[in-house]
Design a protein around this ligand. Structure first.
Ligand code: GLU
Length: 487
């Protein structure tokens, strides 16, 4: 094996790209890029029951959207292909044959019904489920008769690895430290090839990681219990195992429990964020901090900075909290810094779908830029310009009830009405408010708030002059009239 760093992201194409898998991909990506290694994508599609049409395309598309690139995959194969497990069946078969010939694996004719009955008995006796070798206590002749009988009955065998029960399987985990399992505690001789001829995950993953020269396996800690099984295969084939690192669980900060696809209030698929018009850089930044940080208080990092700073020794041992509010805060930080052209492109489909794509669209996006968390937010934010005047909150209504309100609003209305078409420009609007101050002696909050509420219906919002300018003179005057009437 060469010493080159090669890591892989190996999704099973069973659905959309989940935030947990995206994190696995992203840490592998950062690790590879930081060390100048290769990042490989392999599709683990041997579970035919769970196969989802288009699952592979969706995975790759969303990884690309997040800003990751990869060196090898089914669509850009390198020297280690094929990169889909379903296209590697002959390769697995050759190693299964090798283990069968060496007596390190054997064909098992036990039926699913017998296995279920065995599990039931064990459960009733309070024992952990395990496969009991079906040949136990049989003489060679009995064994031959048993096999012949089952084959004649058309029972397809599985292939099981002969487990060394007394052996200790241990590794030094990059994240969790020393971990060990006893061979006797993994449920007995386990299946490496299913009845349909497909290898099991724990077998195929070893063949692939070895042949693809993977140096580090970085994945979720739900795979810890699989690692001893995989070490058994490395041992049986006489191969050196890669280094393993198991990242901690992601918990939902709302519930304190493991992030689950059943938490329907939490957006968990990268596709969800993409559809809502998040900036991929923000989502990338957010995911990179799920269970890792470079130290210090800073939280906003570009992809290049993350690649430079990435240090696997800082992968956290405690669970990572998925906090949607933090993501939205971070997203807003990225929106505030983004250039207008990007934002206009990103918001265009939403404005178009709402029938709000006008020649003032760019100005409107600029107006609301500081308030955006996702591009889709632009639609409710621009209601003022397209929908009925918003109904006032209690607080806002109280502003309009103020004593000096009529004099302020009438004076402002007059000055706005007096502006000629040409003079109706953003820069000429705030001087009008100053003039109202001079004329009426009202200043500060009592001056600005009634104008803001009258024009926009809101107490807080974007720049007042810009809002008035974008509303247009006619609409602004109509709003002021309505507010005066309400008083
Ligand atoms: N296909 C496995 C999964 O999606 C990959 C596990 C691994 O990285 O070994 O969980």
């Amino acid at each position: 094996m060469t010493n080159k760093i090669r890591v892989r992201y190996a999704p099973s194409p069973t659905g959309l790209l989940h935030i947990g898998n995206a994190r696995t991909a992203l840490f592998n990506y950062l690790f590879a890029r930081h060390h100048g290694g290769d990042f490989v994508i392999r599709i683990e599609d041997t579970d035919r029951k769970r196969h989802v049409e288009d699952g592979e395309r969706s995975q790759l598309e969303n990884l690309a959207w997040l800003g990751m690139d990869w060196d090898e995959s089914p669509v850009n194969p390198g020297a280690f292909g094929p990169y889909r497990q379903s296209e590697r069946l002959e390769i697995y078969q050759s190693y299964i044959d090798r283990l069968l010939e060496a007596g390190l694996a054997y064909k098992s004719y036990v039926t699913e019904e017998e296995l279920a009955a065995q599990r039931e008995r064990q459960e009733a006796a309070g024992e952990p489920p395990r496969y009991i070798n079906e040949f136990l206590g049989m003489s060679d002749a009995e064994k031959a008769a048993y096999i012949a009988e089952r084959e004649a009955a058309g029972i397809e065998p599985t292939v099981r690895l002969a487990v060394k029960e007394d052996q200790i399987y241990k590794w030094s985990d990059l994240v969790k430290g020393e971990i060990e399992f006893e061979g006797g505690n993994i449920g007995g001789d386990w299946v490496i090839q299913k009845r349909d001829g497909y290898p099991t995950y724990n077998f195929a993953v070893v063949i692939d990681d070895h042949l693809m020269e993977i140096s580090h396996v970085i994945r979720g800690d739900d795979h810890i219990a699989n690692t001893p099984k995989q070490l058994m295969v490395y041992e049986a084939l006489g191969w050196e195992a890669p280094l393993f690192g198991h990242m901690t669980l992601i918990i939902n900060s709302e519930t304190g429990k493991k992030l689950s696809k059943r938490d329907t209030n939490t957006l968990q698929f990268i596709e969800d964020y993409r559809k809502k018009g998040y900036l991929p850089e923000a989502v990338f930044n957010f995911i990179a901090l799920l269970g890792w940080n470079p130290g210090g208080e800073e939280e906003i990092f570009s992809q290049a900075e993350l690649i430079q700073l990435f240090d696997e020794a800082r992968l956290s041992k405690s669970p990572a909290a998925f906090d949607q509010k933090k993501l939205d805060w971070m997203s807003n930080e990225y929106f505030k810094k983004a250039d207008l052209e990007t934002l206009v492109d990103l918001t265009q489909p939403f404005l178009e779908a709402a029938g709000r794509w006008t020649d003032k669209a760019a100005d409107m996006v600029a107006l609301y830029q500081p308030q955006l968390t996702a591009a889709e937010d632009i639609v409710p934010l621009t209601d003022l310009f397209f929908a009925d005047f918003p109904s006032l909150s209690e607080e806002a209504a109280a502003v309009l009830a103020g004593e000096t309100v009529p004099v302020v609003l009438s004076a402002f209305r007059q000055k706005l009405a007096d502006l000629s078409e040409e003079a109706f420009q953003v820069e000429n609007i705030s001087p009008l408010i100053k003039e109202v101050q001079k004329e009426t002696g009202v200043k500060g909050k009592n001056l600005f708030m009634p104008i803001r509420v009258a024009v926009s219906g809101e107490m807080h919002g974007p720049d007042l002059s810009n809002t008035i300018f974008l509303l247009g003179k006619e609409k602004a005057l109509a709003h002021l009239d309505a507010a005066l009437e309400q008083h």
